[in-house]
Design a protein. Sequence first.
Length: 271
Amino acid sequence: MFSLTVTTFNLDHTLNSGQLFRFSKHDEWYYLVQGNTIFKIKQKDTTLYFDNVSQEFIARLFCLHEDYEHILSEIAKDAFMQSVIKQYSGLRVTRQDPWECSISFICASASNIKKIQYCLNELSKSYGTLLSLDHVAMHSFPPFKSLTDAQKIRRAKTGFRAKYLYRANEKITVRFLREIQKMPYDGAKKALMQLDGIGEKIADCILLFSFGCYEAFPVDVWIKRIVEQQYLHQPTSEKKIAAFGRSYFGRYAGIAQQYLYFYALQHAHEF
DNA sequence: CGTCAGGTAGCCA
DNA sequence: TGGCTACCTGAC
């Protein structure tokens, strides 16, 4: 068992903000999979407790090295954002494995969080290996290059996304991911959008959640609704909403987006 | 039943 | 470029 003191970090908010889909909660502990091991993590005030995983991995996944006090002050552009930030302070954008993140968000197209989790778990059951910790069982994520059986992909109830997953598995290579990492935002986004099933929104999610590209401002229905309601006061295209988000919030627009998204989820009934 | 989910591709003006 | 619509599937 290890522990770490954290500031401006909230594990619950971070895990439940729709950026990471594969975790399972059992009395106070969250169980997650990293490679071929399960680990568990929980937070008590400013202390993070974790087991079966390295401190380095936790710090990287939750970007604990980032100065969130500073980042949040930069995106607190107006009274509304200030209140959202105050309310959900500690929500962080994660830095996930690019392969898992790409596959996950291809599954996210026109779906919902419950369904995405279901599909990813089914894919993992089919392509991963069974792991356990404290009598909690989970499967490892389908390994890199393993999604080679179209039937099995479809049996995970992935629907029209099945062919996208199959092709992504063919096209995503170590070299491809390394190139993306080196590119600036625009080029990286274009490269990701070469893949079938990855459009503007999903490319932005992948860049934001697995490449540390904080300029990316994914626009989904919820971001569209909240930006229209709070800022633009009229129906606006996704493209214009994204352009607004990036120019208004600046270099940490993606983190602002995550706060807005989390706020919208908590207030979903009001829309 | 229709509509809606963390959308995208293909088609048309 | 901008505005349609079909698309798997499950929940309401």
